[in-house]
Design a protein around this ligand. Sequence first.
Ligand SMILES: [Zn+2]
Length: 67
Amino acid sequence: MPTLLAANIGLLACPVCGGGLTLTAATVDCLRCHRRYPIVDALPVLIPARALSSEQLPPDAQNSASN
Ligand SMILES: [Zn+2]
């Protein structure tokens, strides 16, 4: 469990908008712009290019056009 990250999440800020971050099970979410940063090896990857926009659909959703 990323307890070290959880204890220090309040010290981190979104590199895009400077907003506060919140820790979830698998990502670090920006409270302001709602970008989601992946956590790799218990460290948040706060790189804008690696962020997942909340507006992006998961890859599986694009395959929903069955039939
Ligand atoms: Zn942000």
